[in-house]
Write a protein that binds this ligand. Sequence first.
Ligand SMILES: [Zn+2]
Length: 179
Amino acid sequence: MTPSEKADSFEQAQQDERWMHYAMALAARAEGIGEIPVGAVLVLGDEVVGEGWNRSISTHDACAHAEIMAIRAAGVRLANYRLLDTTLYVTLEPCCMCAGALIHSRVKRVVFGARDLKTGAAGSVFEILQDPRHNHRVTLTGGVLAEACSAQLSAFFKRRRAEKKAARQALQQSGGPAV
Ligand SMILES: [Zn+2]
């Protein structure tokens, strides 16, 4: 690596972290409405062209993942379903559905935070994004602010478990559900 390439990659790493913080703020919006906190932002150059956060429960839509919402917003904004030269930043590794949508929309680069060891389609479980049989290649970077993104998700699940436990206890104390 030449010194200028090194400087470029350092600059890119800093930019990646900056946008991942932005995606985390979008994930917090999902959490605010009781959804699993995942956030995604699509960037063209240095401009936001689409944002999304998980909204499956509130919109009764299994497809309303953060990435899909960001892709839809960017398509409307750019008046083109092909989101050429864009980079998607998402706090959690995309699933199979989102990986497929990212290929169809020709997103150039995908940067994700935490790995999803149950349904990740960028290498953790499936390799949809990297599959050479697609006619579109996505550049992939994983693990950006991985710990922070993962902590955001764990905190949410921990809180939800505690809330459920408290609700169960309250029910038991009140003598159980009326039958
Ligand atoms: Zn997804």
